[in-house]
Design a protein around this ligand. Sequence first.
Ligand code: UDP
Length: 342
Amino acid sequence: MSNYQYSNMILIIGGAGYIGAHINKQLSINGYETIVFDNLSYGYESFVKWGIFEYGDLGNINDIRKIFQKYPITAVMQFAAFTYVGESIKDPQKYYINNVCNTLNLIKVMLEFNVKTLVFSSTCATYGNPMEIPITETHPQNPISPYGHGKLMVETILSDYSKAYNLKYVSLRYFNAAGADPDCEIGELHNPETHLIPLILDAAIGKRDNIKIFGTDYKTPDGTCIRDYIHVTDLADAHLKALQYLENGGESDNFNLGNGNGFSVLEVIEKSREVTGEEIVAVEEKKRQGDPPILVGSSNKARNILKWKPNYEDLQEIIVTAWNWHKKNMNLSKNMIIMAYI
Ligand code: UDP
């Protein structure tokens, strides 16, 4: 067994990625000792600025066992997943193996080591096309992509395991994670980038010529899709509260995490123009496959039970933090290029 100096450590799987890194920061500044386990397929070692970094892959069960042998882990947070909905339709096997089978490996090892507290990163994509807005946790779950199906499968597995093995879990169904650490230490950096706000900011900074608007004839007030953008630091705070809820004996459960306000693609572009002071050329494009017109969540359950509430309800504040990070990151990339020539 471990002889590590701490007696209570949180394992963050996928903690080198956008969301996991913000959770790592939030847990660390709130006194938790963390271990980030990541295969760096989409994450960045430079994002692991707190706790311990351990390279490893959930596909290799012995990689996982080694971590549990080495450290006194009391709880796990699972962020390691592929997240490109379109890709999941083209290559479902990639998604089911990584997002479902590999999560099962993780939970198998947790049970072997008698670690029974898990916070799982789920998604509003488990609901599929919404039948009513705002979406609550009791809304039917009919995913329309292998990505959404895989996340729902894990939710179902967690529910069965909690009954059979007394696993205690919280699944957090995110709406659109956005923004960056207000201290600009970490932020959103995907490769390839497909998300609306970073793409708009790429256009603002001149890295792209324009932003493409996927569909302008949706049944929404301005014809463009409406989404619920939740600041990543608010997400991080919800994970901290979910962990504390489980530590205090809370029952296994699922919670939506959104900020409850919907913004259209055009509104996001217009607000980004205001924040950046740049023109930002927008070009109309055809609809993207599988995009529901409106996705807005009710997070009342998380507010009531986890005692959580978003601090960044205003789109402007979300975009300001994203823009600050985007400019800094752009400068970092430029400096790296300059260094390469020296
Ligand atoms: N979107 C867009 N242009 C882009 C990227 C996204 O119009 O280049 C739209 C997309 O159709 C959706 C919204 O912006 O309505 C948010 O998309 P994103 O990919 O950021 O998140 P998703 O809602 O797919 O999780």
